[in-house]
Design a protein around this ligand. Structure first.
Ligand SMILES: CC(C)(COP(=O)(O)OP(=O)(O)OC[C@H]1O[C@@H](n2cnc3c(N)ncnc32)[C@H](O)[C@@H]1OP(=O)(O)O)[C@@H](O)C(=O)NCCC(=O)NCCS
Length: 168
């Protein structure tokens, strides 16, 4: 069967899809994110809906989904970090394990970079786990590099995260 990869913004009705994919991401890759599964699982559905609505309605942020043959297999948050300094941000990148190494990660990041550029931003920054060789290699392939600024990961302070940056 032909594989069709698509990157698209989350639709206003898809809060449950975000909840499902975000919880899978937090369980699969706890070392990659600032939030912990055991905290996020406590959030009730009203809160999920409210947070989701806010994100998809805002001009300053969006949620991107990667789909394969219309099934959501990955996600990324993209947002304006500082309009005055023209800095954007990304976060929460996750591709389901059985769909990795097929270009979805690259394509969702490229879509996010185009979104940030369309907002007039010039730089994108985010935090990446410095001990995660796979994601570090992935981001370096896409032209990001560490700035040298580091701090402990809030949700698991034994991990060190480093700021990564790319000019748009
Ligand atoms: C990191 C992640 C998003 C990569 O997604 P992916 O869909 O597998 O990446 P792609 O297939 O688009 O790969 C893009 C490039 O990165 C490289 N790459 C991807 N995974 C890699 C790995 N594990 N080791 C080395 N290089 C890797 C690919 O070879 C490719 O390079 P190429 O285009 O020159 O061939 C995915 O592994 C993931 O979800 N990991 C768990 C969560 C995570 O770490 N998120 C990041 C939080 S900061």
């Amino acid at each position: 069967m032909e594989t069709i990869l698509e990157i698209r913004p989350a639709r206003p009705s898809e809060w449950k899809t975000l909840k499902e994919i975000r919880l899978q991401a937090l369980q699969d890759s706890p070392e990659s994110f600032g939030e912990r599964y055991q905290d996020v699982i406590q959030k009730d559905d009203d809160q999920w809906q409210q947070d989701f609505q806010k994100a998809v309605e805002s001009e300053h942020q969006d949620i991107l989904f990667a789909t394969i043959n219309s099934v959501v297999v990955g996600m990324l948050f993209v947002f304006v970090r500082d309009q005055r300094k023209k800095i954007g941000g990304i976060g929460g990148l996750w591709i389901a394990p059985n769909h990795r190494q097929k270009g979805s990660g690259r394509q969702i990041i490229e879509t996010a970079l185009a979104w940030l550029k369309s907002k007039g931003l010039q730089t994108v920054t985010f935090w990446s786990n410095t001990t995660n060789e796979a994601s570090t290699k992935f981001y370096e392939k896409l032209g990001f590099s560490y700035t040298g600024i580091e701090k402990p990961l809030e949700s698991a302070p034994n991990f060190i995260i480093g700021e990564m940056k790319k000019e748009l």
